[in-house]
Design a protein around this ligand. Structure first.
Ligand code: ATP
Ligand code: MG
Length: 180
């Protein structure tokens, strides 16, 4: 499983449709300060269902919609589509390629789809969670978070590793069972 492509339209600084095609392995995004590198990562988190404006480095959710520049009017919606290669079947769905898309309008909520079929946010979260990606799985380490990890106590650090490895949910279940 790997990210095949990411398409942004009206998302933060990406006013025009921008298509990023990725290959397996490591991808680096380079560019001057303020050129939109972190916005690409925000788009990735957002399309996978991120609901926190702060995690997306904004004050409110509408801040992900292109707000306009001196030469260009603001847009009414943000759209991001993420295509994942699923030939190894890591995602529990019968497609070798899975496209998750999210659209948000200025006047309100978000629309989600999986391979073009409208769905709920929950469907996207469930699709991603068993494969170890998606929200709160520590797949996205933000610029400041590295510091948090480095400053953490050994116990806290162990917590991060357990969560990433998928051990934490079993530990919590065990603790619940022992309490009964
Ligand atoms: P650095 O190297 O400093 O980390 P970066 O390449 O990660 O920079 P980003 O944080 O991705 O840069 O992009 C910041 C730019 O995105 C700013 O110029 C900001 O004005 C612009 N931006 C953020 N949200 C919007 C929006 N809703 N509409 C238009 N532009 C936006
Ligand atoms: Mg940045």
């Amino acid at each position: 499983m790997y990210v095949k492509s990411l398409t942004l339209k009206g998302f933060k600084s990406f006013a025009s449709a921008t298509h990023l095609r990725l290959e397996p392995g490591i991808t680096c995004i380079v560019g001057p300060n303020g050129s939109g590198k972190s916005n690409v990562v925000d788009a990735l988190a957002w399309v996978m269902g991120e609901q926190g404006a702060k995690s997306l480095r904004g004050g409110k959710m509408e801040d992900v919609i292109f707000a306009g520049t001196a030469g260009r009017a603001p847009l009414g919606r943000a759209e991001v589509a993420l295509t994942i290669d699923n030939t190894d079947g890591a995602l529990p769905i019968d497609y070798t390629e899975v496209t998750i898309a999210r659209t948000m309008f200025r006047n309100g909520g978000s629309d989600y789809s999986i391979n073009g079929t409208p769905c709920r946010l929950l469907d996207i979260q469930e699709l991603l969670s068993d494969s170890g990606i998606g929200r709160e799985m520590h797949v996205i380490v933000g610029q400041g978070q590295l510091d948090t990890v480095l400053r953490a106590t050994p116990e806290e650090r162990r917590g991060f590793i357990e969560e990433a490895a998928g051990v934490l949910k079993h530990r919590k279940r065990k603790e619940r069972a022992l309490r009964k």
